[in-house]
Design a protein around this ligand. Structure first.
Ligand code: SAH
Ligand code: SF4
Length: 354
């Protein structure tokens, strides 16, 4: 019989497994807490579960902790991890705001949802690699658990407070696993991260945006817009041909009607989409839509040919939106000295191996 991945199990699933194995219900509750709250990495660390019960559980449940291949620390406190999965694939994961522990008490983990990505955006290091596979629930949740484990070695009180699904991959193309991971991360007996403190970022998988509003109206949504005209957006995000802006904006409106939540629109500014006309296109597109625009200068990735505009251009761009009454901010850049744009560390590491 194939083993079930322990880190991907809900409390109810563990209760059912314990019942089948003739173990008491409270064992399942203990097990869930060890894994999802205390973030242990091995069976031996589960101190209140006796050896024979651990052995019985081990015959049915598989515990795999991610292997840390690399860790980079930025001057601003951002830490970036490269984790190896059991089949040898690697994924990236970032912890932000850690340096500000004492003052802001906000610790955000940026998690990956796929190995590689099929969407193939023109500026993205992950997109250059193509799609390899979806991550399992255990692998998605595992990134948060292992970062928690590592930081707690230095700071036993450490708690992750926010999650953004903005690492490698398109979360809405791995929909079921992402939603189940959110349930686990939110669980009271787990890390207990509020639904409203988790945000899914999508390049625009239209049908799934509406489904998300219905399935989980609490979780936050960020839409990677990047362009307000189909011809420009087609060149940056190939999936725009399948789900053009008109359909995307209709889905966004439906999302806000159902959830009453403000969408964050991500706009990575490059030399090709940051002119005054581009800003005016955004004004036309976003009029009447409840949202907030986040401007990010593109992180230049070798092989994409993308360059960032100068700061004055970005400022002017923001001004056009602001004057039109659109809520806008320029995202403070984190970890640029450690290749924090998704997929960059993995590429660098693979380049060194070959
Ligand atoms: N696939 C999802 C989530 C992962 S990408 C999405 O596309 O939304 C997370 C964010 O990083 C997206 O807004 C994406 O457009 C942006 N991004 C990717 N590569 C970047 C780069 N080189 N510079 C700036 N932003 C980048
Ligand atoms: Fe995929 Fe997002 Fe990168 Fe586009 S930006 S290739 S959707 S990970």
């Amino acid at each position: 019989m194939e083993k079930v991945e322990l880190r991907g199990c809900s409390e109810d699933e563990l209760i059912e497994i314990c019942q089948k194995l003739g173990l008491k219900r409270f064992r399942a509750v203990q097990l869930f807490q060890w894994v999802q709250q205390k973030a242990v990495r091995s069976w031996e660390d589960m101190k209140n579960i006796g050896k024979s019960d651990r052995q019985t559980l081990n015959t049915h449940l598989h515990l795999y902790a991610l292997e840390k291949v690399r860790e980079q620390r930025s001057k601003d406190g951002t830490r970036k991890y490269l984790f190896r999965l059991e089949d040898g694939e690697t994924i990236e994961c970032v912890l932000m705001d850690y340096a500000r522990t004492k003052t802001r008490d906000r610790h955000t983990v940026c998690v990956s949802t796929q190995v590689g990505c099929a969407v193939g955006c023109a500026f993205c290091a992950t997109g250059l690699e193509g799609f390899r596979r979806n991550l399992s629930i255990a692998e998605i949740v595992g990134q948060v658990l292992d970062i928690t484990y590592y930081i707690r070695q230095e700071d036993p009180e450490f708690q992750v407070t926010n999650i953004v699904f903005m690492g490698m991959g398109e979360p809405l193309l791995n929909y079921d696993q992402v939603l189940k991971s959110i349930q686990l991360l939110n669980h009271e007996q787990g890390l207990n991260i509020g639904m409203r403190r988790m945000t899914i970022s999508t390049s625009g998988v239209v049908p799934k945006i509406v489904q998300l509003a219905r399935d989980n109206p609490q979780v936050g949504l960020a839409v990677s817009l990047h362009a307000a005209r189909d011809d420009v957006r087609n060149s940056l995000i190939p999936m725009n041909r399948r789900y053009p802006l008109k359909e995307l904006m209709r889905a966004c409106q439906e999302y806000t009607q159902i959830t009453h939540r403000r969408i964050t629109f991500e706009v990575a500014l490059t030399a090709v989409n940051a002119r005054r006309e581009d800003a005016e296109d955004f004004v036309r597109l976003l009029k009447g839509q409840l949202g907030h625009v986040n401007l990010i200068p593109v992180n230049p990735v070798v092989g994409t040919g993308m360059e960032r505009p100068d700061p004055v251009t970005i400022k002017r761009f923001a001004q056009v939106l602001d004057e039109a009454g659109i809520s806008v901010s320029s995202r403070e850049e984190r970890g640029t000295d450690i290749n924090a744009a998704c997929g960059q560390l993995r590429r660098q590491w693979e380049g060194e191996l070959t």
